[in-house]
Design a protein around this ligand. Structure first.
Ligand code: F3S
Length: 643
């Protein structure tokens, strides 16, 4: 039987297990990336492992999230990350150089390689034919230490592309259509692999938009073949020698297949407040818009910015709209400038910000109250923008700019002919500020600001666990609900005692205080949740900070993949209701006993009884043998030190 592209890369990197769907496998990781919001903790963890230098082929530390420097903390973290990179042999991409995924695609991505990144949009690299996966910072720290990355062998979901995008319809619309059909849970347990004649119609940056946004399907990752378009992209980047062809065998078998005829797609838009709340733009056209933001790792490549500039040529944006642009990378900004395409943006009224994440993670550019913000971003979870009752819509750059011109949500086809968009054959690299790894014998002192606290110690799992349901939440709880981001909180990410004050803040402002009071009485915490618990980002603080407060068990209907992995890494036992109706039986405040939890995990049991106010509730345990060992040890770091 032939292999898919994903299976070929998995096979080439397999160090443990077999490619059997649903079983745990271990992969060799070639490259890693971190961004600052997760990176500071990942490097504290790497230090705690005690390895003198990274063992990957290439590891990069990016600063792209905490660009706002309103006090010493972000600036201190930037210096910490730079000194750590020098000490441990990493590349360092400084603030303003761009968003990790965009820069990595341009400067480091190689078809056929594995990439592990402490950011959920790491699958962007799949546009270049990489197997690029998001994971928690601790997983990335382990990969940097030369350890394999463990995952459950996913199924392969084939998306067959045919036809060709019509003018004003963009790569973004392909994934909006996939999200409309499959929802934010549709990719769980799958690698999404694109194939078929339509693939050749998409450039690498179009493909990267699709694989990036594919993270919202809950998929393990998404991947495209590596073909002539991939080679052209690497030629433009001056890296042609790193190209290799990669395609699925003729007789490759996909576990599920859908077909998208790109010629039939129309401009689409995701309405508040979920990326799968997708309708045709024509259905919401005419609603007044207060802000248009073009940027983020999904849609801010040179292609996107050039298209926006060409559309704006000779036009102005509405004075009722704050029109803002975050270039994805310094390379994109430099080439845009060199090609004469920055001026049309400025003349049309754009507020051009530095290259980086900024508004995407609630770091600046919060929209006005209850007003519509159109964004070329990937997420519109409530409040992520920094405004509590935000109205964020997600769309292509074409829809965004058309709406910025008219001041209302606009089908861009109303603007007439699509302009010509030409890109340079060779890009200016634009990365003069990237720092290569320092030599192994260089004298480097790690610079630690006062905001950086050491990694906390955690105890192992007791034989019988006793605690209290400290919070009960519903379905689709995101990592933003658990551990919010934003300008106030991000600077605290390397200070667990400080950041833990914000756990579940928007859901229950007293949660941290209640946890601390319970801890003083020697009471541990349990969280009860619904389906798809922990969807969203790879933010490991959403596991680490609750664990610091004393949460050691979560009982839910189902977990999102990366969050479940993070819970295990920090020693929080993820249990699921054997019967989802039992969710109704467990109330907040209930006293809980789980007799023999340690033994149940250690002996490989797949179920146990949770006693809630003395009444039995059946729970299932879906964990690999290695996960069980980690949980018994109290977390991955304890396990790695003892292993
Ligand atoms: Fe940054 Fe937003 Fe992407 S925070 S990594 S641009 S999802």
């Amino acid at each position: 039987m032939g292999l898919t592209v994903a299976e070929k890369i998995l096979q080439a990197h397999l160090v443990e297990g077999e490619l059997k769907k649903g079983e745990e496998i271990a992969l060799r990781i070639d490259q890693t990336l971190t961004q600052d919001a997760t990176g500071t903790m990942a490097y504290l963890e790497f230090e705690a492992i005690g390895i003198p230098r990274v063992k990957t082929e290439l590891s990069v530390s990016y600063v792209d999230h905490n660009l706002v420097q309103s006090d010493f903390r972000n600036a201190d973290d930037h210096r910490f990350l730079q000194s750590v990179a020098r000490k441990f042999g990493l590349w360092f991409s400084p603030p303003g150089n761009g968003i990790c995924h965009q820069v990595h695609l341009e400067r480091f991505g190689i078809p056929g390689k594995t990439l592990l990144g402490s950011d959920s949009h790491t699958p962007t690299g799949g546009g270049l034919g990489m197997l690029a996966m998001g994971a928690g910072g601790l997983d990335v720290a382990m990969a940097m230490a030369g350890k394999p990355f463990y995952l459950i062998m996913p199924k392969i979901f084939g998306i067959r592309l045919t036809g060709r995008l019509q003018p004003w319809v963009a790569a973004r619309d392909v994934l909006l259509e996939v999200l409309r059909q499959l929802t934010v849970k549709g990719g769980v347990g799958y690698i999404m692999e694109y194939f078929g004649p339509g693939v050749a119609e998409l450039s690498v940056t179009d493909r990267a938009t699709i694989t990036n946004f594919g993270a919202e399907l809950g998929a393990t990752t998404s991947v495209f073949p590596s073909d002539e378009n991939t080679r052209q992209f690497l030629v433009a980047q001056g890296r042609e020698d790193q190209w290799q062809e990669l395609k699925a065998d003729e007789d490759a078998v996909y576990d599920r297949v859908i077909e998208i005829d790109m010629s039939t797609l129309e401009p689409m838009i995701a309405c508040p407040s979920s990326p799968d709340n997708v309708v045709k733009v024509s259905e919401v056209a005419g609603k007044p818009v207060a802000q248009v933001l073009i940027g983020s790792c999904t849609n801010s490549s040179l292609r996107d910015l050039t298209a926006v500039a060409r559309i704006l040529e000779g036009r102005e944006t509405s004075r009722d709209v704050s029109f803002e642009v975050n270039p994805g990378s310094r390379q994109a900004l430099e080439n845009l400038t060199a090609q004469g395409n920055l001026l049309p943006l400025l003349q049309a009224g754009a507020r051009v910000h530095q290259s980086g994440c900024l508004g995407c993670i609630g770091m600046g550019q919060a929209p006005p109250t209850s007003a519509i913000s159109l964004r070329t971003f990937s997420r519109n979870f409530p409040g992520r923008s920094g405004t509590q009752n935000d109205q964020v819509y997600l769309c292509s750059p074409e829809v965004a700019v058309a709406s910025a011109i008219t001041g209302v949500i606009t089908d861009p086809r109303d603007l007439g002919d699509y302009p010509e968009v030409t890109l340079p054959e060779k890009y200016l690299p634009g990365d003069e500020r990237i720092e290569a790894p320092w030599p192994e014998n260089a004298e480097v002192e790690i610079i630690r600001g006062p905001n950086i606290a050491p990694f906390p110690d955690f105890t192992d799992l007791p034989e019988t666990w006793k605690g209290r349901v400290m919070l009960k939440v519903g379905d689709n709880i995101t990592t933003d609900h658990i551990m919010p981001a934003g300008a106030k909180i991000l600077p605290l990410r390397s200070n667990i005692p400080a950041i833990s004050e914000y756990v579940f803040h928007a859901v229950d402002p007293d949660f941290a205080t209640n946890m601390k009071q319970a801890a003083e009485q020697g009471v541990a915490g349990m969280i009860v949740g619904g389906d798809n618990y922990g969807q969203g980002s790879s933010r490991e603080h959403a596991a680490l900070a609750p664990r610091y407060l004393g949460v050691q068990v979560k009982l839910v209907k189902s977990f999102a993949r990366i969050h479940k992995a993070n819970l295990i890494n920090f020693g929080i036992v993820p249990l699921c209701f054997a019967n989802s109706e039992d969710y109704d039986l467990v109330e907040q405040g209930a006293e809980v006993v789980i007799p023999g939890i340690r033994e149940a995990l250690a002996s490989g049991q797949d179920s146990l009884t949770v006693e809630v106010n003395g009444k039995p509730v059946a729970a299932t345990i879906d964990l690999s043998p290695r996960h069980r060992e980690i949980l018994v040890a109290g977390g991955l770091l304890n396990w790695a030190r003892g292993a």
